[in-house]
Design a protein around this ligand. Structure first.
Ligand code: HEM
Length: 442
């Protein structure tokens, strides 16, 4: 099949493609079209890049870290590099404030204050409450994911063409999370709207901290208005008629770390976390994987012939095109030096996972997709250490299962006409549309 061409999308950006360090700007509108060019410049010239006045106070600075070793060390040491919100949470707890009394504290933040204010409790929260459903225990969902993927493929398999995002990559994680939580498919449009409101900061937020304006925050809370009542209703339903789903489990489970059950508000916080993390991220992974299969010679045939290689393929794809490109989530609790650059106490660290994942000091030929790369899952796409993404298990399973189903049913994949490859704004790497053509398997 022809059409391996990918139109260069630099022209779609109001920003010009960086050629030297002065041009590098990862956060202004249109930066998405040039991220990977910028990472090469940062690695060469400024692997620890200062953002003046953007630290924990106006007197402090922000620093973009792009080296694998630096980020890996930071995420594994929560004492030297505490999460940005931990200070605020400690202050609120010290003042005896209740989460529901605080302005602009969403359900997830509120539940963090009561269920996991310390790193030990953060770990227990993952192990006891989310691991059985979206972490190592996600294997229980394999058949359900297969069914959901095949149902979606049925809708377009006879057409020879598909807009892959709206007809597969977006709805699949939505169906999976609805199933995991025990919510009906008919509620997906509402869940998707709430999910969009929750991730507003990561799409429309300004600068490296993804800050929303006061008006946007008000708008966000308005959009989330019905969410609390909705989860409350579902919790009542599940308490009356428990089923084999995550919300029923959360209603009943004794949280051993605190020796008690969860309140309705805490369940709301966990459900909030599952939606904010679980809806969009995997969409971007699937969509970039489809692009890599169109672009990289021989990979489609190789993974189709040997499905064991799908694990390597999905890991390499997440390394090369990290869905969450970077987050400003850690502080320095003491003076530090990274790559010879002094980073004072009180600085905010912007961890650029996507750049670390193509660091040539860690990954040989970093821009190549190698199906035989050693220790293929050591990339930092899901972060690492005690605060590692709790949904990595289900996301990985979704990706492998999705491609297994797709490869059973198509014999080729290529770009169809009409793609601009324009990326959505914000911190996630995702194109807005992706038109593909394929041959149905014989
Ligand atoms: C390819 C898909 C995904 C990527 C790239 C991704 C990436 C990340 C990253 C980088 C973090 C920050 C960790 C840190 O600060 O050290 C994170 C946190 C988080 N992720 Fe994911 N994630 C993905 C899928 C999911 C899924 C499917 C879920 C839910 C089922 C999820 C739920 C969360 C939550 C709730 C957090 C916040 C931390 C916590 O509450 O423990 N993620 N994720």
């Amino acid at each position: 099949m022809e059409s391996k061409e990918k139109t260069p999308n630099h022209d779609l950006s109001p920003m010009r493609c960086p050629v030297n360090l002065d041009d590098v700007d990862l956060f202004s509108p249109g930066a998405q079209e040039h991220w990977y060019e910028a990472y090469d410049i940062l690695h060469r010239e400024s692997p620890v890049h200062r953002i003046p006045g953007e630290g924990s106070t106006p007197e402090h600075d922000g620093f973009i870290l792009t080296k694998y070793d630096d980020i890996s060390m930071v995420v594994k040491d929560p004492v030297r590099f505490p999460p940005g919100m931990s200070g605020a949470i400690d202050d609120m707890l010290a003042q005896g404030k209740k989460p529901e009394e605080m302005p602009h504290v969403n359900a997830m933040m509120a539940s963090i204050m009561t269920l996991r204010p310390s790193i030990e409790l953060w770990r227990s929260h993952r192990q006891e409450l989310t691991d059985p459903w979206v972490g190592p225990g996600a294997g229980r969902h394999e058949e359900m994911i297969k069914q959901a993927a095949n149902d979606l493929i049925d809708n377009w398999i006879d057409k020879g063409e598909v807009e892959f995002i709206s007809e597969f990559a977006r709805p699949l994680p939505q169906m999976v999370m609805a199933n995991v939580l025990g919510l009906p498919y008919s509620d997906i449009p509402r869940l998707a709207e709430w999910g969009n409101a929750q991730v507003m900061a990561f799409v429309y937020g300004k600068g490296h901290r993804n800050e929303l304006t006061e008006e946007q925050l008000v708008e966000q809370f308005k959009l989330l208005d019905g969410f609390k009542e909705y989860v409350h209703e579902k919790v009542q339903e599940k308490r009356a008629n428990p089923a084999d789903d995550m919300i029923s489990f959360l209603c009943d489970v004794k949280y051993e770390a605190l020796d008690r059950k969860l309140t309705d508000m805490e369940i709301n916080g966990v459900v909030y976390a599952m939606l904010i993390g679980g809806l969009e991220t995997t969409q971007y992974a699937l969509e970039e994987q489809a692009q890599l299969l169109c672009e990289r010679d021989g990979i489609f045939a190789e993974v189709q012939a040997d499905r064991k290689k799908l694990r390597h393929f999905t890991e390499e794809a997440m390394r090369l095109r990290s869905p969450t490109q970077g987050l400003s989530t850690r502080l320095t609790s003491q003076d530090e030096v990274f790559q010879g650059v002094k980073v004072p106490k009180g600085s905010i660290l912007h961890l650029r996972w996507a750049a670390a994942n193509i660091d040539e000091e860690e990954f040989e030929c970093p821009h190549q997709l190698q199906l035989d790369r050693k220790a293929v899952s050591r990339h930092l796409t899901f972060s690492a250490g005690p605060r590692v993404c709790p949904g990595a298990g289900i996301s990985r399973l979704e990706q492998i299962t999705a491609w297994n189903c797709l490869l059973d049913r198509i014999d080729s994949l290529a770009y169809a006409p009409g793609n601009t490859f324009e990326h959505q704004p914000g911190i996630m790497l995702g194109t807005l549309k992706l038109h593909l053509k394929f041959d149905k398997a014989k």
